[in-house]
Write a protein that binds this ligand. Structure first.
Ligand SMILES: [Zn+2]
Length: 343
């Protein structure tokens, strides 16, 4: 009886805890496709639990009944995906924490010959929810305002919107009304957005003044009522229509009263938020946010703003806005203000 008990005990202990732990030999990364590989000794594929923490962007894999070789130690990886890897040894298992720079999608499986655990990962391609229309003012035969050193409004506006497209594309679908030096009528600009059922419209311009003293940035939103100053700016921007044979009065307000109120509220909020951060970041005079009757905003079926990025007739403003560094800064601030509203 004693002998049988001892044999039984031996079998129970072997199956429970004293069975040989499988050795995780080595941990490595491949770049293309991005993957993490753990080489396992022998032919047995140890069971594992896997859990992804989206909030803190790390993946935890626990390999049961394994031990880690000294080669499998904490490593820091300066790849484009992985920030660091930490190994934790538990009594009967090994934990591997992989910290990612951005959220990822992953898949894990064992491969044979030699036995290895392969973790494939890729950038999380979340579906973009919102569409933004980016509109560079003027273009083609319409140069817009011409200012200091003969800079044209249409050229600088286009350069800012190209950077704006890049900045926004990380979080939004982006439609540009023009991406080259072409003429687009005022009525066709909002139409492009309406057709795509876009969520927001942003038009980029540069202000002008007969005196070189006027300086700074403004952000406008559509409003039926307007101040004298806002009216003056809107008259200039709307005059493109009549100058090139278009009757801007034909661009009617297609939103109903409720939508008008709601869109005005959203647009004014974004305009105010943007002008504050924009003027600070570009160290430009803050001329404020104003409601005005801009034809290009009136025709869009949703909230929108028109940014006067600075004065093309002012040497200080244009010395900044002619540089790609400042064009990029301007674009970043516009993109950030839009993002702050939508996310
Ligand atoms: Zn303009």
């Amino acid at each position: 009886m004693k002998k049988i008990n001892l044999i039984l005990l031996f079998f129970i202990l072997t199956t429970l805890g004293f069975s040989q732990q499988i050795l995780l030999k080595n941990l490595r990364f491949n770049g293309n496709p991005p993957q993490m590989v753990i080489d396992v000794e022998g032919n047995i594929k140890p069971k594992y639990n896997i859990n992804y923490d989206e909030q803190n962007r790390y993946l935890f894999v626990e390999f049961l009944n394994t031990k880690a070789s000294s080669e499998l130690k904490n490593k820091t990886i300066n790849g484009s995906y992985v920030k660091s890897v930490k190994i934790r040894k538990y009594s009967n298992s090994t934990g591997v924490f992989i910290f990612f720079k951005n959220n990822i999608n992953y898949s894990a499986s064992y491969w044979s010959n030699p036995t290895r655990f392969v973790l494939n990962f890729d950038k999380n391609k979340a579906k973009k929810e919102y569409t933004i229309v980016v509109d560079a003012g003027h273009g083609g035969k319409d140069p817009g305002a011409t200012g200091f050193n003969k800079y044209h409004e249409k050229d600088i506006a286009l350069r800012i919107t190209r950077y704006l497209k890049t900045s926004l594309e990380k979080d939004f679908n982006v439609i540009m009304t023009r991406n080259n030096d072409s003429f687009i009528s005022l009525s066709n600009r909002p139409k492009t957005g309406n057709k795509a059922k876009a969520d927001f419209f942003v038009s980029v311009h540069l202000n002008a003044n007969s005196s070189s003293q006027g300086s700074g940035a403004d952000v406008f939103y559509f409003s039926r009522t307007e101040s004298d100053y806002a009216k003056k700016v809107a008259i200039f921007e709307n005059s493109v229509g009549s100058k090139f044979g278009e009757n801007v009065d034909d661009i009617t307000l297609i939103m109903g009263q409720l939508f008008y109120n709601k869109n005005k509220e959203i647009s004014a909020k974004i305009a105010q938020d943007l002008i504050n951060s924009y003027s600070k970041r570009l160290k430009m005079r803050n001329r404020g946010a104003h409601g005005a009757n801009f034809a290009v905003l009136r025709g869009f079926d949703g909230p929108g703003i028109l940014v006067e990025a600075g004065f093309i007739t002012n040497s200080s403003d244009i010395s900044k806005l002619k540089q790609s560094r400042y064009q990029k800064l301007a674009a970043e601030e516009i993109a950030k203000a839009i993002k702050r509203h939508f996310y």
